[in-house]
Design a protein. Sequence first.
Length: 286
Amino acid sequence: MRRRSAAVGGHLPEGTVADRVASAVSSLEKRFGGRSPTVGLVLGSGLAATDVGLVDPIEVAIADIEGLPAPSVKGHGSSWTLGRLEEEEVLLASGRVHAYEGFPLAVATIGIRVMALLGCQALVVTNAAGGIRAGLAPGMLMLINDHINFAGRSPLIGPPPDRGERIVDLSEPYSLRWRQALQARRADAPLPEGVYGVCLGPQYETASEIEMFRLLGVDAVGMSTVPEVIVARQEGMEVLGISLISNYACGISGETLSHQEVISAGVAARDRFGKILQLAIASRPR
């Protein structure tokens, strides 16, 4: 498969980000021995140990991938793995970095650029989110059908990129046909769908903020995913998003919130979540 140019725009000077992307691509190509991924998969908080059943896996520590930023938040993994699933070569990132860790969004989303340059045509993004809509209880899974960017930041700010649209269309950031294909395979138990709201973090939202989000039509809230989706869409990747409802959002249950609760929810759901991810990848439209 033909590789695309590694030049990108972003918060940092173009060459700085481009060099990191190119270095990461080169590091992984050397490890993968000619195998090229077709689908990227990003695991969210507490989901690092999720087993999606990859065959003939090649695991690479993030520390050995030159140019790739490493997660510092508890509950995120420290490796990338290439493996086969169904007819796909899946490149799995066992964690992500966030803007609140101090990374410019152009750097925080380098992993998505790398996946695209290696050959990924599609991306599955996952996260742990606080449930807002009535009926979305901890432990449930929600397909993301749209998002609202309350963080007010874009990973595309900066010099115009050498490829992709400068002004990116987000009328369908999450693939409708992919969601429909997945739901068709779960006709007996369809997943709820909803709007994901992203905040900058790392603090949790206040009860008043959550009430505002509810009035605006937000169903679940978190601190990730949206920047990755924006970059993926600019790269021309088809996107499927899945939220694990790890807790009730602030003010709904009356309980205080903790990151440990989020991690525990991810660990408890990993077997069920792994099966959903297998089904999601198998149902990707071609």
